[in-house]
Design a protein. Structure first.
Lengths: 429, 504
């Protein structure tokens, strides 16, 4: 029998309690838990697809004739044709390279929000990414990132230095702000390397040089905190479970390490990871080719993460975004130029999945926004619903200032605070 | 009584802390100043006010004892005069050595193609670039070559750029780094590396590709807020159709049959029909002379040389010089380096990875360091040369690349260098040992290396910590005892890893 997450939970009898009360043999003992408890709500994984993913060739509107007309060489064939899209709902289909997501979608843990994105008209990658990550399209005066503002405004007692992690050598802009975040590339290499007889003293001395109140010194103190914390929690001991296979690419390894941090119970609330290279102006390919290779990497990573963490997924929400979409009409270089509307992926135990959300604007000339897919769902509407219902933060006006909220799309279930099992357990001693 | 760094923070640093809190907490969303400036006030306490040292930290790849003595002797004005006119500086020692060792640097595209060894092509270009940064006497020139390589950034990993970057580095960056902005802009627009990287080479009247046209205006000239529209992007793309690369020679060519000969309108100016290459040149003239360009380039230079969020005064002055001199690069630089805002900007820049690695090799007076070994350190810091995939170049503001991962990597690089674990990069310990005399005390040893690495005195608490390390908490230090002597490389690593050495 194919073991899906829900089946697994059914088999083990209880939902959230299962892992805690009857620890299966494969589940390592928890080595460490932050003193002040973990996140209030879900752990959020934010994936930024840098370079502007072509949403129309990822989640394909195969029932649109115009889609096929405007993309003669790069279109994905219809579902009933060879190498065709994998139909989702009779209208949209998955790019064949996203096949590893098919079961997660069917299982109800994956949804898509099409014709979504940032309303700012900028077609500059840098501006659009920056606006999107700061959560304030068009506004250049607010310097902090939306995730940092969420971390600052959510009610929490979590004081772990690992509340926010960017799996990157450059910390994502969305994490820039008042709450310190860790930029981490490799857990295994995160320590000082030097002459063994001297290294302890060297580390102690170096730490004493980074005691100032300025930004650099604070950053330095954070490194020492992180080194200590990683040494205690030792997330590397957690191997992928359930046969999950992460790729050796940076994206796969990054997700694997996020999974390890989650298993090590280090108080993680938000993790960011990027997958870049989507700027397919030329030779984008169709069923195969440059974009298909990226989709393969994306799908393999998401599938491994989902498989690995199936018993944790009740407290995980994962969302993807990209700075803008790509033009509906392919260009003469068998690629696509900068466009507007795109698609977001939303995955998690609390997701109302198996659906493609969004008010589809259509691809007829009069429906387009200057030749591009129009945006009918502001990406902040999606994120706001996650922030409120899954991350349990009601301060949406602080997370997304100058955004006038519109009704949620019922993308996710309200996360019940009663998942805290402590209240069900008798007091002992 | 001199204020120690910690006392400084107790007193004056309080202001910085208050600002930090004001931007945190519930009102964080209303913070109006860019983040790094808020958070690192107080750094001036770790970096002394010393105009010559300040100049060398900013306008070169890092001070050395010899260069600092030289600029003190000749004066800032004279040093700038010399550096802004690099052809007058004899650099044959380093250039001859590089020409001997790195043959591919002089090759033309067909030769490079025939070589069919892009690993070697890259190794030689990167090795030479690092060695020039470390050893060239034309320090400001090398700094500007690096600046323009990021201003007009191409990504080495992008197909044919693997070959063409070598040509571009030689024929664009090193040929025009100290000329006028219009000249380097024009040379770049004729550069196969750029035309291939941003797809203009494949653009045609039937299928114009907007990529390069957009980035010229957004990243090279006007800046994203410089007052152009999406329509201007499309028009400039049409104007530049036909600017491509000759398949046979691998050099620039204008392909008349790919060009769009219809009329266009760019930034309000009409470009009449039936004009070929010359309308592209006219468009570049228009962009180079546009007031937005003077401000954009001046601002970007000031971000490199003054502060991550540079004061209006120096930006305006540099933009004015830029306009007055038709974009003369040395004149614009002179305005920046002699401006009061520059003098006042001590402690407001951090060393980028390339600055950090080159400055370490320079200050430790390492002879004949292997450029490629040092380049591997840059890879650990995620700023391998010519390896930034997007056309905006490596970011110049520290907040973009100082983080936990990057700081730890710097410390580990310091340890690897000092402990002699970097092949082909040897610290001249024997020379230093001789300079120290027969049996220097712990304090003499410490002060010698503080001066060697940092060129200035440090906070007394920090000095005490380093002394405690050297003597293992007062147990003593005898440099002639091998057990003790192995602490010396660690001391050098600590200095390179300290906050002091991160400031530029």
């Amino acid at each position: 029998m194919h073991l899906t997450r829900r089946n697994f939970l059914k088999l083990s009898g209880l939902t959230a309690l299962a892992g805690v009360m009857d620890r299966p043999a494969w589940m390592p003992r928890m080595a460490f838990r932050p003193a002040a408890g973990g996140p209030a709500g879900d752990i959020l994984i934010c994936i930024f697809l840098r370079g502007a993913m072509d949403g129309l060739n990822a989640i394909v509107p195969h029932a649109e004739t115009r889609y096929h007309d405007l993309r003669p060489t790069i279109r994905i064939p219809d579902p009933d044709q060879a190498n065709g899209a994998i139909d989702l709902d009779g209208f949209f289909g998955l790019h064949p390279a996203l096949e590893p997501l098919k079961d997660i979608y069917a299982e109800g843990d994956l949804a898509f929000i099409h014709a979504s994105g940032s309303p700012d008209p900028s077609r500059s990658h840098f501006d659009a990414q920056d606006f999107m990550e700061r959560g304030v399209p068009g506004n250049k005066t607010i310097s902090s990132g939306w995730l940092a503002r969420h971390l600052a405004s959510v009610g929490t007692t979590n004081d772990s230095p690992f509340r926010a992690v960017g799996m990157a050598s450059i910390l994502q802009t969305s994490l820039h702000g008042p709450v310190p975040a860790i930029a981490l590339k490799s857990i295994a290499d995160f320590h000082l390397n030097g002459n063994e007889q001297e290294i302890a003293r060297v580390q102690q001395t170096l730490q004493s040089l980074y005691l100032g109140d300025n930004w650099l010194d604070q950053e330095g103190q954070q490194v020492f905190q992180a080194i200590d914390f990683l040494a205690q929690a030792d997330p590397s001991q957690y191997e992928p479970q359930h046969g999950a296979e992460y790729g050796e690419d940076f994206f796969g390894l990054g997700l694997k390490q996020i999974a390890q941090i989650i298993r090590a119970d280090m108080g993680l609330e938000v993790a960011c990871i990027d997958l870049g290279g989507w700027d397919t102006h030329a030779n984008q390919g169709s069923v195969e080719g440059a974009m298909a290779a990226l989709l393969t990497e994306l799908a393999a990573g998401l599938n491994a993460f989902y498989t690995d963490l199936q018993e944790e997924f009740h407290r995980i929400t994962l969302v993807t975004m990209s700075e803008f979409g790509r033009r509906v009409q392919e260009n003469a270089s068998q690629g696509t130029d900068h466009g507007h509307g795109n698609v977001m992926f939303l995955m998690g135990g609390g997701v109302n999945g198996s659906r493609v959300y969004g008010d589809w604007p259509g691809l007829e000339e009069e429906n387009l926004d200057r030749g591009d897919l129009a945006i009918t769902t502001d990406y902040r509407t999606v994120l706001s619903e996650i922030v409120q219902k899954r991350l349990l933060n009601d301060h949406l006006a602080q997370v997304f200032p100058d955004f006038e909220q519109t009704p949620f799309l019922s993308l996710v279930q309200d996360r019940s605070p009663s998942l805290d099992y402590h209240q069900f357990l008798p007091r002992v001693g | 009584m001199p204020l120690t760094r910690r006392e400084f923070f107790k007193a004056g640093g309080a202001a910085a802390l208050t600002l930090g809190i004001a931007c945190a907490g519930g009102k964080g969303t209303q913070a109006r100043t860019p983040r790094p400036v808020i958070r690192w006030r107080g750094s001036a306490a770790t970096v002394p006010i010393d105009p010559e040292l300040h100049l060398l930290r900013r306008a070169s790849f890092g001070p050395t004892r010899a260069e600092l003595a030289r600029v003190r002797r000749m004066g800032i004005e004279a040093w700038l005069d010399e550096q802004l006119d690099p052809d007058t500086i004899d650099d044959s020692a380093v250039e001859d050595r590089i020409a001997r060792r790195y043959e591919t640097l002089g090759m033309d595209p067909p030769e490079l193609q025939a070589l069919d060894d892009f690993i070697r092509i890259r190794r030689e270009l990167v090795g030479a670039t690092v060695e020039r940064a470390v050893y060239s006497r034309r320090q400001l020139f090398q700094v500007m070559v690096d600046y323009w390589s990021n201003h007009f950034s191409v990504y080495w990993g992008d197909g044919p750029v693997r070959i063409m970057k070598t040509v571009e580095d030689r024929d664009v960056m090193r040929t025009y780094a100290m000329t006028t902005f219009r000249q380097i802009l024009g040379a770049d627009a004729h550069s196969p590396a750029m035309l291939l990287y941003l797809d203009n080479a494949r653009s045609s009247a039937e299928a114009p590709n907007e990529n390069y046209a957009r980035e010229i205006m957004e990243l090279h000239t006007l800046g994203v807020e410089g007052g152009y529209t999406e329509q201007d992007v499309k028009e400039l793309a049409r104007i530049l159709t036909g600017w491509t690369v000759d398949r046979r020679t691998g050099t620039f060519t204008f392909a008349a049959r790919r060009h769009d000969w219809e009329a266009k309108t760019l930034l309000g100016r009409t470009f009449p029909a039936d004009r070929g290459l010359e309308e592209g040149e006219e468009a570049l003239d228009l962009l180079a002379q546009h007031p937005s360009t003077s401000r954009y380039v001046a601002h970007r230079l000031c971000v490199r040389f003054v502060a991550d969020d540079p004061p209006e005064g120096v930006v305006n002055a540099a933009a004015q010089t830029f306009r007055d001199t038709d974009g003369n690069i040395p004149a614009t630089l002179r305005t920046i380096f002699t401006h009061a805002d520059f003098q006042a900007s001590v402690g407001q820049k951090l060393r980028r990875p390339f600055d950090y690695v080159a400055a370490a090799a320079r200050t430790l007076e390492i002879p004949n360091a292997s450029g490629n070994t040092l380049a591997r350190a840059l890879r650990l810091l995620d700023q391998s040369l010519f390896d930034w995939p997007t056309p905006d170049g490596y970011p110049d503001d520290a907040a973009s690349w100082i983080n936990t991962n990057a700081l730890l990597a710097r410390w580990n690089i310091a340890l690897a260098l000092a402990e002699g674990r970097a092949r082909g990069v040897s610290i001249p310990w024997t020379t230093f040992r001789a300079e120290l005399g027969d049996s220097p005390t712990a304090e003499e040893t410490l002060d010698f290396f503080i001066d060697l690495v940092l060129h200035h005195a440090i906070d007394s608490d920090d000095r005490a910590q380093l002394l405690a390390y050297l003597t293992h908490d007062g147990q003593g230090f005898d440099i002639n005892d091998p057990e003790h002597a192995r602490r010396v490389p660690e001391l050098v690593a600590l200095l390179l890893a300290s906050p002091y050495f991160q400031w530029r």
